[in-house]
Write a protein that binds this ligand. Structure first.
Ligand code: GP9
Ligand code: MN
Length: 434
């Protein structure tokens, strides 16, 4: 075990990317409000159905001069879906190869996670807000081990049956009610709000949505645009609240999509809406659909639409550096997207990977850019061949090391100087804000 731990430590130390001085600490001391956008894919942004924008609010947010957004962010989840995205977000380590890390190991593992780190280095309080059953994905146990102080699950929200979604509460009601908890938390806080309306099978009543039907032969595809549009208007209302309450002025708001909403089997129905040919739609195209949004909004933030390639493991180091908290001593597999040393090789949980130039599927490289996008990359220049072989090695290594770290619970044996590991069994959630 100690040999494994040493290998992991030497890998993450070598992999470390130092912060970008232009961004380091620009959000120091600010509240962090994370909005987890359920099943939300990047292609929705800018998309129109019958001339109507699916996400008018996000489209305008992205154009705002104090919004920093990333358009080449890929989800990296495995079978643990939402919980895998959360795990990567909170720890910058991968989910496990098989099943959900939260479900399998969340009750027992030692973590170096955002809520604990921010509490111990910068005095942050922390909360998760989710309108559903608390124990789903083993969240009740896992969040404790991540160091969360509050867990406002479905029981905290007043709601009637018609306010429910399959996994929680309608986003507009949920976000509106989240406000009272945020207002009462000690500042600075780190709060993650998990939306649920935009979840398969994406049903929504005509009273909640007047968005046009996309008219494809797949009802799930058509519905997806409706619930995504509903989520977008819920976000608009929530931002209005943040600004009116003054909370926006001392917060950084971060939005991210957890994983695909439309599975690859549905993409052929979707293709014509994206201006693509369903006949030639391929695994290459399916992989491109794994992009999810990552958006930071903060008063005075140097904004822009950033094209850097990255994945969900890169979110935490990016956020910590914005907050002016060093990532150096923690075990993280991702790197700050804003760092000049950031690696743009983006692993998928199954070993496929994406770089700015190539998408590698079952070890076959495809060309990303230009008119021949998706063409199998034959006759690679020797330098490219060599680079791809190195990329593949990196991907396999980081996935393998992350698996070992998780499966052997190795963070038990490595405590960074000044960090106190969380003992979830010995703590209870703070219930003072009921
Ligand atoms: C929603 C969730 C559903 O937060 O619990 O999980 P998913 O099916 O998206 O993994
Ligand atoms: Mn999800």
């Amino acid at each position: 075990d100690s040999a494994d731990a040493d290998k992991i430590l030497s890998y993450v130390r070598k992999n470390y990317a130092k912060p970008n001085a232009k961004y380091y600490g620009v959000a120091k001391g600010k509240n962090v409000i994370i909005i987890h956008l359920e099943s939300f894919q990047q292609f929705l942004i800018g998309q129109k159905i019958n001339g109507r924008e699916v996400t008018p609010f996000l489209n305008s947010l992205i154009k705002d001069k104090s919004t920093l957004s990333f358009s080449n962010m890929f989800n990296q989840v495995g079978q643990g879906k939402t919980s895998d995205a959360e795990n990567m977000l909170e720890t910058s380590t991968f989910g496990i190869n098989n099943g959900s890390l939260f479900s399998a190991l969340g009750s027992t593992n030692t973590f170096q996670a955002a809520p604990a780190i921010l509490d111990q280095t910068a005095g942050y309080s922390s909360a998760v807000l989710h309108g559903g059953k608390g124990s789903f994905w083993n969240r009740t146990d896992t969040y404790k081990n991540l160091g969360y102080q509050y867990y406002f699950d479905g029981d905290y929200f007043a709601h009637s049956a018609d306010a429910n979604t399959q996994y929680g509460i309608k986003d507009k009601l949920m976000l509106a009610e989240s406000a009272k908890y945020l207002e009462h938390m000690q500042q600075p806080f780190y709060a993650k709000i998990i939306t649920t309306s935009n979840h398969d099978p994406f049903t929504i009543s005509s009273t909640d949505s007047d968005f046009p039907d996309a008219g494809t032969d797949d009802t799930t595809v058509n519905n997806y645009f409706k619930t995504a549009n509903y989520l977008d208007s819920a976000l608009k209302e929530f931002f209005t609240y943040l600004k009116q309450s003054g909370l926006y002025d001392n917060s950084i708001v971060m939005l991210y999509g957890d994983h695909y909403g439309l599975s690859s089997t549905r993409n052929k129905s979707l293709a014509p809406l994206l201006g693509k040919n369903a006949e030639t739609w391929s695994d290459y195209d399916n992989l491109q659909m794994q992009r999810v949004p990552l958006i930071f909004s903060m008063k005075g933030l140097k904004g822009g639409q950033n094209k850097t390639y990255g994945g969900e493991v890169d979110i935490l180091p990016t956020l910590m550096h914005l907050l002016g908290v060093s990532t150096k001593k923690y075990v993280q597999f991702g790197t700050d997207l804003l760092s000049r040393q950031h690696s743009q090789v983006v692993a998928q949980r199954n070993g496929n990977f994406i770089t700015p130039k190539y998408s590698v599927i079952s070890e076959t490289p495809y060309v990303n850019t230009g008119t021949d996008a998706g063409r199998e990359a034959t006759n690679l220049a020797p330098a490219d061949k060599k680079a791809l072989a190195a990329d593949e090695k990196k991907v396999n290594k980081e996935l393998r090391l992350s698996d070992t770290l998780a499966n052997k619970n190795l963070l038990r044996f490595y405590t960074p100087a000044g960090f106190t590991p969380v003992d979830g069994d010995a703590t209870d959630y703070d219930t003072s804000l009921q």
